[in-house]
Design a protein around this ligand. Structure first.
Ligand code: ACO
Length: 313
């Protein structure tokens, strides 16, 4: 048996903040934001929509899609940079909300790469036969750490959650290969302190363009595949220009890349599962497709996974 995805889910707050709204808040323009980032609007959570609340909604969605109940979840991993409090973990909060009584819970801190780190962590427990069903949630309330007076950063981020249940699938499906990496010396380029995000946009941009393409190609090679075998790319939704660089490196047509950045902005650890769940709901991913999921983020961190979609039983 192999480790694969049994179900995916997502949750988005209803409130929409458009580029036109931001024009009234800081010295910016729809034209600047659209051409530099590809973002047109983003979702903003209400006071009631906590990080755990949004994560729980996405989690229940994914558990239902997997044909399971919360009681059947053995482990909950939550990737987030915006937990509602420093402890208990957001994973424990989500456990309580969804009633996953027997689950072991912990958070993963790898910024926007958190979902990639979580997939690989889940794979270890499942492949070793320790746990059967691992719920992995990416959930972010970035609006809570956004400096709404800083035009360099406030136009980029949004709120939302995505989730996946991982478990055993037949040999020919599931995770084929992965790559994870970290470089603490780059921490100075992208960090949050005293609840505010600081970013050296140009440095992060250069790193991301290089790393996304390299990591995507690396997992394809590790899986014994070539670019021609890849059906769909799900990149971290930070900036359309960074995503496009990865897509072009893989020679994929536009319609073979998940693109939600225009509607939701950069939702950090949520962005990959959110995009994955949306593409699956829209019927753009089918059994047997080879997917490459790839992300980068603060740390600096990066990660990619190649997987064959489907359960095969
Ligand atoms: N509106 C108008 N002008 C702006 C805005 C804005 N919202 N923000 C910055 N500018 C100005 C700057 O003041 C600067 O002006 P100057 O040249 O007079 O100094 C200029 O625009 C910046 O230009 P560039 O640096 O050339 O812009 P660039 O093409 O690099 O785009 C961006 C900036 C979008 C931030 C890009 O660098 C980027 O996407 N970087 C990666 C960001 C990223 O992915 N971060 C991950 C965060 S993950 C996390 O934190 C959880």
């Amino acid at each position: 048996m192999n480790t694969g995805i049994l179900g995916v889910g997502r949750y988005l707050p209803e409130k929409v903040l458009t580029n036109a709204d931001l024009e009234k808040m800081v010295d910016t323009s729809d034209e600047w934001i659209s051409t530099r980032t590809g973002i047109k609007e983003r979702r903003i959570a209400s006071d009631e929509e906590t990080t755990a609340h949004m994560g729980a909604k996405a989690a229940l969605n994914a558990i239902e899609e997997a044909g399971l109940t919360p009681e059947e979840i053995d482990m909950i991993l939550v990737a987030t940079v915006t937990p509602d409090r420093s402890f208990p973990s957001c994973a424990c909060d989500i456990q309580e909300i969804i009633g996953a009584k027997k689950a072991v819970c912990m958070d993963i801190s790898a910024a926007c790469s958190g979902f990639m780190y979580g997939m690989v962590t889940a794979q270890q427990f499942i492949t070793n036969g320790i746990y059967k069903h691992v719920l992995l949630v990416g959930t972010e309330k970035l609006s809570s750490i956004t400096d709404w007076t800083d035009r360099n950063t406030c136009v980029l981020f949004g709120d939302g959650a995505g989730a996946a249940v991982l478990g055993e699938v037949s040999d020919e499906f599931g995770i084929l290969s992965f790559e994870l990496g970290s470089d603490g010396s780059g921490g100075k380029h992208l960090y949050a302190e005293r609840d505010k995000i600081f970013m050296n946009g140009r440095e992060v941009f250069k790193f991301a363009v290089r790393q996304m393409g390299d990591s995507a190609l690396s997992v394809i090679e590790k899986a014994g595949l070539t670019k021609e075998d890849v059906n769909f790319l799900v990149p971290h939704q930070a900036n359309i220009r960074i995503m496009e660089a990865a897509r072009i490196k893989l020679d994929l047509p536009v319609e073979k890349m998940a693109t939600t950045v225009a509607k939701y902005g950069n939702t950090s650890a949520s962005s990959i599962p959110l995009a994955l769940a949306e593409e699956w709901e829209n019927g753009n991913i089918k059994d047997g497709d080879v997917l490459v999921l790839v992300g980068f983020g603060g740390g600096l961190t990066w990660g990619a996974v190649a997987l064959k979609w489907g359960k095969g039983r």
